[in-house]
Design a protein around this ligand. Structure first.
Ligand code: ZN
Length: 726
């Protein structure tokens, strides 16, 4: 009994020990994953950082807010980031009911669903249900992994981490923006636009439930390919919603029977982006550079104006058989926003079509002249009425002539510019110096600061330094902007680039008056304009501006081939005029607002057109620049000098003396006080009637005006010995 009793106790003890071990094992088996799920997430990275690194589609809008281009992500996904508020609440409900009913109740892992799924998987001896919550799916989107129990545990751990670091709304928003909807379409906004042409906020209940069913098998339920399958899946979604009491039975029937699917039919827009219009390509490229990482790029482009300008260019090229390309830039003066950039008309050309001629550097002929005149005005060298000399010049071998080989002689500065005469511009540049001009051109972005002025010299006046049509047009818009220079922007927002004062307000107003003084052929309203033709007829230019817009036109061959028809006035004016007229349609530009106080009427010398001196005889009133002192007339000073001093005594004669005695002669001139030089020796300023003794021999005597107003007088005479005849 004792033995039996002892062995029973031992058995009980052994059994007890095994039970404890079993219980401990069970506890560890249950507690370990739970502990792991609590502790392990602390060692995980935030899965949202990977999600946030995925850039969505970039959308480009025109000045009126119309979409002109969309760019897919680097991996060609069509995906948009939209806030949760922009998604139809019904669609959100449908997706939650389909994917994760208890989303707002669990902390990343839905244990109830997990146990149910585990039982189902055990029964089927394979994974039939993942019990993935939305958070777990988002983790899976960020790090796709193979299906396995171990990966499932990792996914659950990271989902817990996600929930620790982010709010439910943040997780839901990221999920809706990254869900796959078939093909390259990701996120509910891209899906709404691709399949129904609406935003995610505008989905009707039928569309919302159809979309909610797609992510489970995106390519199998793609509604544009497998609509029947997708509709069948939609019924499942509706039933799930019904089961969760999100909709009533009659609502379910109403949705199926009465709500239409507004399927998109236009496959040319597939998947969702309007194809980029080649006319906008060059503008979009520049806007993209400026916008850097923005997803919504509000371009300053005026698409309507762009099309009108493009048409004007095409029409002109049809008239120029040996010219194959053209470019244009339109700048809105007050905002300094670029409204149009057309870098080519031949977009079909695989090589030339890609080259943006509007930003290419080319020789721009006479188009720099207005800036030389502006700088000369600000230097006080000229006003509109200053007389310049249009005649042959030769500066150490540099002898530029006029385009037509003719010279106009004396001409007003205003006309010299309006008629684009070369020699007056070269003369002005010589006076202001190329060094100063290059500094100014650099200020208005027309030449690089590294340019060596010595390499260009006076030929700079005739456009030997190259610049782009874009920079040239923007530099011109400094004139209607009263001398303020600013870089042009391609984005429709206030231009934050620095503003500098390049020219004075009076000078820009006067230049505007001059550039509008000649009517632009075929224009029905006043337009300020200037043309240019590069040496050798390679490029034809016209820059024209109204108070609102500055337009720049280049016509030429991209391969640089010259053509006799490449003349600014005939090749580039017509598209500039036609484009501006079309942009204004039947309206007119604002009238020019001239402030007469900037150009007060003052006396100038009528002979030189400069500030008069007492020597100037003919005086007239003319516009001068406020606060810019005008150089004094030197011409009339030279004129008075020709009124020579006349020595009245001694005379140009021979004086006789006896016995080598000096002859005493009076020193007299037609001026009161005169400086006398006798035989090259300075004598002094002597009053008329002073005397001097002259020994026998030849003498020279010079009278000089101490005020330098009259030309000096020099005579010579002789004092001879009187030989008495016997
Ligand atoms: Zn004068």
């Amino acid at each position: 009994m004792m033995l039996m009793g002892k062995s029973t106790v031992l058995l009980k003890f052994k059994l007890h020990k095994r039970t404890i071990r079993l219980c401990l094992g069970a506890c560890i088996a249950i507690l370990a994953p739970i502990l792991a799920l609590i502790v392990a997430p602390c060692f995980c990275d935030d899965p949202m950082t990977i999600i946030n690194r995925r850039t969505p589609v970039r959308t480009f809008y025109d000045i009126n807010g119309q979409v002109i281009h969309m760019e897919p992500t680097y991996d060609f996904q069509w995906r948009f980031d939209i806030p949760l508020e922009d998604v139809s609440p019904f669609a959100i409900r449908a997706i939650l009911d389909t994917e994760d009913t208890r989303f707002f109740q669990h902390g990343g892992v839905d244990y109830r669903s997990t146990i149910r799924a585990a039982c189902q998987n055990l029964f089927h001896r394979k994974i039939v249900s993942g019990a993935s919550t939305i958070s777990m799916q988002l983790v899976s989107i960020s790090k796709p992994r193979k299906r396995s129990y171990w990966n499932k545990i990792l996914q659950a751990t990271e989902a817990r981490r996600l929930e620790q670091l982010h709010s439910k709304d943040e997780i839901l928003q990221a999920y809706l923006n990254h869900l796959p909807f078939g093909g390259k379409i990701y996120g509910i906004q891209a899906a709404s636009q691709a399949y129904f042409g609406v935003n995610a906020s505008q989905l009707n209940r039928s569309e919302a439930t159809l979309l909610a069913g797609i992510p489970q098998r995106p390519n199998a339920f793609k509604p544009d390919k497998y609509l029947q399958r997708a509709r069948k899946r939609q019924i499942t979604v509706l039933n799930l919603m019904r089961r969760n009491n999100s909709i009533a039975q009659d609502e379910l029937i109403d949705i199926i029977k009465n709500e239409p699917l507004r399927m998109t039919k236009d496959r040319s827009y597939y998947p969702i982006a309007p194809k980029i219009n080649p006319i906008h390509t060059h503008f979009i490229n520049l806007a993209r550079q400026e916008a850097q990482n923005s997803l919504h790029i509000n371009c300053a482009i005026d698409t309507q104006a762009t099309h009108l300008i493009h048409k004007a260019l095409v029409d002109q090229l049809n008239k120029l058989p040996d010219v194959n390309d053209a470019a244009a830039v339109l700048i809105h003066n007050s905002s300094r926003q670029c409204r149009a950039i057309i870098g080519t008309v031949d977009f079909s050309n695989p090589i030339d079509g890609q080259v943006n001629a509007a930003t290419a550097i080319r020789s721009a002929g006479s188009t720099l002249k207005p800036f030389i005149f502006l700088e000369s005005m600000d230097a006080g060298l000229i006003t509109a009425d200053t007389i310049l000399n249009d005649a042959k010049i030769n500066f150490s071998g540099y002898a530029p002539g006029n385009y037509d080989g003719q010279y106009s002689g004396k001409i007003r500065a205003a006309e010299a510019l309006a008629f684009s005469l070369n020699t007056p511009a070269v003369n002005l540049l010589k006076q202001i110096t190329t060094q100063r001009m290059i500094r100014k051109l650099n200020e208005i972005d027309l030449v690089s600061s590294r340019i060596n002025h010595a390499n260009h010299g006076l030929a700079l006046a005739l456009g030997t330094v190259g610049h782009s049509l874009l920079n040239l047009t923007n530099a011109y818009s400094t004139i209607p902007n009263q001398g303020f220079f600013q870089k042009a922007t391609f984005i429709n927002q206030s231009n934050n680039s620095p503003i500098s004062i390049a020219f004075s307000r009076p000078a820009t107003q006067l230049i505007t008056q001059i550039l509008t003084s000649r009517e632009l052929p075929q224009a029905t309203f006043p337009i300020a304009w200037k043309t240019g033709t590069s040496t050798g007829n390679h490029d034809a230019w016209c820059i024209a501006f109204t108070p609102e817009y500055t337009i720049g036109i280049w016509v030429g061959n991209k391969n640089g081939k010259p053509s006799a028809s490449l003349v600014g006035a005939t090749a580039a004016i017509p598209p500039a005029v036609h484009a501006l007229q079309a942009i204004y349609k039947n309206s007119f530009p604002k009238p020019w607002e001239y402030d007469q106080q900037l150009l007060p009427l003052n006396k100038i010398c009528a002979e030189s057109g400069l500030a008069p001196t007492p020597a100037c005889k003919k005086i007239k009133l003319a516009q001068t620049l406020l606060n810019v002192p005008l150089a004094h007339c030197k011409k009339c000073t030279r004129f008075t000098k020709q009124q020579q001093i006349t020595i009245l005594s001694p005379k140009h004669n021979t004086y006789l003396t006896e016995d080598d005695e000096p002859v005493t002669l009076n020193l007299e001139a037609n001026l009161k006080d005169v400086i006398w030089f006798i035989d090259g020796q300075f004598i002094g300023t002597l009053p008329n009637g002073s005397t001097h003794d002259f020994t026998p021999g030849r003498h020279t005597i010079t009278a000089v005006d101490p005020n330098h107003n009259a030309k000096s007088h020099k005579i010579s005479f002789a004092v001879d010995q009187l030989v008495l005849e016997d």
